[in-house]
Design a protein around this ligand. Structure first.
Ligand SMILES: Cc1ncc(COP(=O)(O)O)c(C=O)c1O
Length: 377
């Protein structure tokens, strides 16, 4: 029997989207305003409105948005708490901005970190806390974490690269602290090809972010450099692509939720694999649909079987290894990040994307059942 391919993820631009985008890129080319222009401003305004914040600042990657936020807070020589279970860029941005990332262990239930772990790592050298909403899940401890940061007089920022459109008690990812960072890399729930966004209600952060993204220049037309900025600008063609997806983001996320509900129904009360539970009060964007495998399951063998025997392609894990397991960051290992190692070691991501069909989801569900029969689970 041959099975149609189920890809791990897909980013879609319909024929209508492509016509819409190319018409506007044509306009941009004709106008000669190729960067920091009207489409960028429209993208920022729509993004800010969607998040209920005063300011959104478009940049050319999610890594740039993180580094700008950190530079704006002048972390040079200071300690910033960062989860061990995150993407390289979360910690690398701290280092690039001159700070010291201090790694925190993982709460396996939420894939995030816990208030208890923040308290354990907190020292008088700590100036800020970076929270990452892995897979689109917002920990239900966010309000308590925000209150702790406020009590200690340090900033809280969010790397919300995975969590555009996720909410906790109705509040959007990226809006719990001083500023939030988003990525539009093409694996994300929406894309601008490359790009990132900072959201904030803070006037100073807004001003600083705009300075930093344009080489630290005093203004667009003035060649006086007053900050150690960089070229972190978003070009107009990128803004046009992002704007199109942003206009459709609610529908795209609803489609992901529909697939997730189908998986939930199939995998409820199973003893082979357990979907990671959505934290209380959280509505996930289902950037990833993460399941935890029972101890002892050979993840690589299971994924290979699903691919070779059922044409079901699972993506890489959200993170296969925590940060301290990468050679270049091994020096950050405090030696007690065991929960992060468990969380990274046992998770697997099932295919999910906005244009996924029910038939594709059912093919995945059947393939998992067959893998179980074949003894891989
Ligand atoms: C958690 C996290 N932070 C930061 C980034 C960096 O974003 P970008 O690739 O847009 O620089 C990504 C993704 O790529 C990410 O997943």
């Amino acid at each position: 029997m041959t099975y149609p391919k189920v890809p791990p993820t897909r980013i879609d631009f319909t024929a209508d989207d492509r016509a819409w985008i190319t018409a506007r890129i044509d306009e941009v080319l004709e106008s000669g305003n190729l960067t920091l222009g009207d489409f960028g401003r429209q993208f920022e305004q729509l993004f800010a409105a969607g998040h209920g914040v005063k300011h959104a600042i478009a940049v050319n990657s999610g890594t740039a948005s993180l580094e700008i936020m950190l530079r704006a807070m002048n972390v040079t020589g200071k300690d910033v708490l960062v989860p061990a279970n995150t993407f390289f860029a979360t910690a690398a941005a701290v280092i690039s901005a001159g700070g010291n990332p201090v790694l925190m262990d993982t709460d396996v239930a939420t894939l995030s970190t816990s208030l208890a772990e923040i308290e354990r790592r907190f020292t008088p050298q700590t100036v800020g806390i970076m929270i990452v909403h892995i897979a689109g899940l917002i920990t239900d401890q966010m309000p308590a974490i925000a209150a702790f940061a406020q009590k200690k007089g340090v900033w809280l920022m969010e790397d919300a690269a995975h969590a555009q459109g996720s909410t906790l008690n109705g509040k959007h990812a990226g809006t719990f602290g001083l500023a939030g960072s988003f990525s539009f890399y093409p694996t994300k729930v929406m894309t601008s090809a490359e790009g990132g966004m900072i959201v904030t209600d803070d006037e100073r952060m807004n001003t600083e972010a705009r300075l930093y993204r344009d080489q630290g220049k005093a203004s667009f037309l003035q060649n006086t450099h007053i900050r150690m900025g960089y070229n972190w600008r978003m070009s107009e063609p990128h803004a046009v692509i992002g704007l199109r997806h942003l206009e459709k983001i609610s529908d795209m996320i609803s489609a992901r939720r529909h697939i997730a509900a189908r998986y939930d129904a199939a995998f409820a009360n199973q003893n082979s694999l357990a979907p990671v539970a959505i934290p209380k009060g959280c509505v996930s964007n289902y950037y990833k649909y993460v399941v935890m495998l029972p101890e002892g399951v050979d993840r690589a063998a299971l994924k290979k079987w699903l691919r070779d025997e059922r044409n079901v392609h699972c993506s890489g894990e959200v993170y296969e290894f925590p940060l301290h397991k990468h050679d270049v960051l091994a020096h950050l290992d405090p030696g007690d990040l065991k929960q992060a190692e468990i969380a990274c070691g046992r998770q697997m991501c099932l295919p999910i994307f906005a244009s996924m069909t029910e038939a594709q989801a059912d093919q995945v569900i059947a393939a998992i059942a067959d893998a179980k029969k074949a003894g891989l689970l």
